[in-house]
Design a protein around this ligand. Structure first.
Ligand SMILES: NC(=O)c1ccc[n+]([C@@H]2O[C@H](COP(=O)([O-])OP(=O)(O)OC[C@H]3O[C@@H](n4cnc5c(N)ncnc54)[C@H](O)[C@@H]3O)[C@@H](O)[C@H]2O)c1
Length: 434
């Protein structure tokens, strides 16, 4: 099939490349010329394991094309996927749909023939109806489908190839057959193909993300209780998660949830519900609790280092919101690091995905390009993101400061091991062993 992905970001690039890999002809279009130039030069603009090789393979096979020419991209395709960002509006919890509606207007302008439009972007209930209104202005017959994306950054290729389910929402039965055909290589391997109304599909995506955010927040709050009551939160996660009705995933205590989806989608869901005068009080308190978690973590740093942290050397290991991605959107580090710097701490960080623009202009914040130089003279090491290369660091070998302490926000290390090495160690929701 001939496909076009409007928006070549994490979702558009990964799903476009994977669609090409299962035999489709795919044009990835983006308004960002720099991104497209990089892709045409064989450089992936994002860090995603396995993606570079897959892009190269399909680009060379001429199944994958990158362009800024939206007119050509739209005209050459049968199915057009909208994969642009849907961020939160500034100073509001509402979803900014301007990028999505701009795509709809461009499709209206450039489509010469009947097209199938699919929203992969996460959009609130009724967005498909609005797109339909825009497109019907010229009375062109266009099929508008919702096919939300569930891939996770860092595991995006695997998630695309082996999804738990493919959700397709449409108000026209014919649309399901087209989408079923497109996804046949995945459903043949066992992926569930779930059909519903367009509004149903739009809501499934928000509901899924809000539920996962709730699970994380629930266990994070229980971790606070565990810290005070001498219980190990990992026992609670395991004990609860072994119940098949609950399930163990997303039950690991840690920092506040972040990333490009959960923070914006929880807010987006609350705001969409408000439109219908429905109060989603559970999701609202999840958002509040998650926001409060950041200050709770910084308070803990004050407890570990003392109230005056001026000139204390604090080293971060990992600053992205999770491992195997370079995505910084809504990472806890974006709040913690500026706060600590403002208090006079000397913050350094190392992240396997490289230096971050977000911290370049912050006074007292420096990038170190390896674990050793980042840690050796630190007063406190904050493990924020559990990249594989952080799992087996021999701190005893690399640390010169005998007052070195570790605050492990992912419970990556063994408290016993730290004690053996005479390193003061703090983690999340586990009994204090110092
Ligand atoms: N990132 C994820 O893990 C993930 C997972 C599932 C769903 N989603 C959803 O998918 C959508 C896209 O997310 P993302 O992370 O890929 O965003 P992104 O910011 O990485 O990519 C969006 C791209 O769209 C481009 N763009 C915007 N307007 C355009 C236009 N008119 N024409 C051409 N290109 C345009 C931007 O330049 C950008 O490259 C969002 O709704 C998000 O919620 C994201």
């Amino acid at each position: 099939m001939k496909l076009c992905m409007i928006g070549t970001g994490y979702v558009g690039l990964v799903s476009g490349t994977c669609f090409a890999d299962i035999g489709n002809q795919v044009i990835c279009v983006d308004k960002d010329k720099n991104k497209i130039d990089k892709l045409n030069a064989g450089i992936s603009p994002i860090y995603e394991p396995g993606l570079d090789e897959l892009i190269k393979k399909n680009f060379t096979a001429k199944r994958l094309l990158f362009t800024t020419n939206i007119k050509m991209a739209i005209n050459s395709s049968e199915i057009i996927f909208i994969c642009v960002g849907t961020p939160t509006k500034k100073k509001s919890i509402k979803v900014d749909l301007s990028y999505v509606y701009k795509c709809a207007r461009e499709i209206l302008k450039y489509s010469k023939r009947k097209k199938i439009i699919v929203t992969k972007s996460t959009v609130p209930i009724g967005t498909g109806d609005e797109i339909e209104k825009i497109l019907k202005k010229k009375k062109k017959f266009l099929n508008i489908i919702s096919n939300p994306e569930f891939l996770r950054e860092g595991e995006a290729i695997r998630d695309f190839r082996y999804p738990d389910r493919i959700v397709v929402g449409s108000n026209e039965k014919k649309a399901f057959n087209i989408m079923r055909k497109l996804y046949t290589p995945l459903t043949n391997k066992g992926a569930k193909f779930f059909t519903t109304t367009r509004r149903g599909a739009e809501l499934i995506k928000y509901a899924s993300n809000a539920f996962l955010a709730t699970k994380i927040t629930f266990i994070n709050e229980l971790a606070n209780l565990c810290e005070k009551s001498g219980v190990n939160v990992e026992d609670i996660s395991l004990g609860m998660g072994s119940d098949s009705r609950i399930g163990g995933r997303f039950l690991r205590a840690g920092p506040a949830y972040g990333g490009s989806c959960f923070p914006k989608d929880t807010k987006g869901l609350v705001s969409a519900a408000e439109k219908y005068k429905i109060n989603l009080s559970v999701v609202k308190s999840v958002i509040k609790s998650n926001q409060e978690r950041v200050s709770l973590l910084t308070q803990r740093i004050h407890k570990i280092l003392g109230s005056n942290i001026r000139n204390k050397k604090i080293s971060f290991l990992g600053v992205t919101f999770k491992p195997n991605t370079d995505d910084m959107r809504d990472s806890t580090s974006l709040k913690m690091i500026p706060y600590l710097c403002k208090k006079g701490a000397k913050v350094r960080y190392y992240d396997p995905s490289g230096e971050k623009n977000e911290f370049r202009k912050i006074k007292n914040c420096n990038y170190r390009n390896n674990i050793k130089s980042n840690c050796n003279d630190a007063d406190l090491l904050v493990l924020l993101t559990e990249w594989d290369e952080f799992k087996s660091i021999d701190f005893k070998k690399i640390v010169k400061n005998n007052k070195f302490k570790v605050y492990d926000l992912r419970n990556l290390y063994s408290a016993e091991e730290m004690k053996k090495n005479k390193i003061k160690y703090y983690s999340v929701g586990r009994p204090n062993t110092n």
